[in-house]
Design a binder for this molecule. Structure first.
Ligand code: FES
Length: 161
């Protein structure tokens, strides 16, 4: 079902764990399955470069592999650059995911968004223009909404076509 690279990133996750004195923490959940992911960031306050990043994911093999990959892609980038990482990019870097597991990669993309939102809220007390907290964010108590479910379906359908 999974290619060799996905299995490797699942069996030997990169950057797994937590950062005790993190500058930001993002927590997201997948409404489709109940899996959750937490992203911890250490950010250089001047350059906004992500100097360290770790994750804790309770989820399937694809969720853990994509969590692992997104930390590698984000480390060393500025926060704003890391926000450009898409779930498709993460899945592509892993050599692809089975269509039925593509929704799992959304956790990785949204985990970065949620962590960035936490960083800006802690620093500025508000989100920068254009940045929204993912609807699946469970850190703030909000729940996934209908349209989020629809997005999972359409992502899925697009790959299946
Ligand atoms: Fe839950 Fe993959 S089945 S994230």
């Amino acid at each position: 079902m999974y290619n060799q690279k996905v299995v490797d990133y699942f069996m030997n996750p990169r950057n797994a764990g937590r950062i005790e004195d993190a500058d930001a923490i993002g927590e997201v959940g997948n409404p489709k399955c109940g899996d959750v992911m937490k992203i911890y960031l250490k950010i250089n306050p001047q350059s906004e470069v992500i100097e360290d990043i770790k994750f804790e994911t309770f989820g399937c093999a694809a969720a853990i592999a994509t969590s692992s990959m997104v930390t590698e892609l984000a480390k060393g980038r500025t926060l704003r650059d890391a926000l450009k990482i898409t779930n498709k990019e993460v899945a592509d870097e892993l050599g692809g995911l089975p269509p039925a597991k593509l929704h799992c990669s959304l956790l990785a993309q949204e985990g970065i968004q949620a962590a960035a939102a936490d960083y800006y809220m802690r620093r500025d007390g508000k989100l920068p223009e254009g940045l929204t907290v993912p609807k699946t964010c469970i850190a703030c108590g909000c729940e996934a909404e209908e349209e989020e479910e629809e997005r999972f379906v359409s992502e899925h359908d697009r790959v299946a076509e």
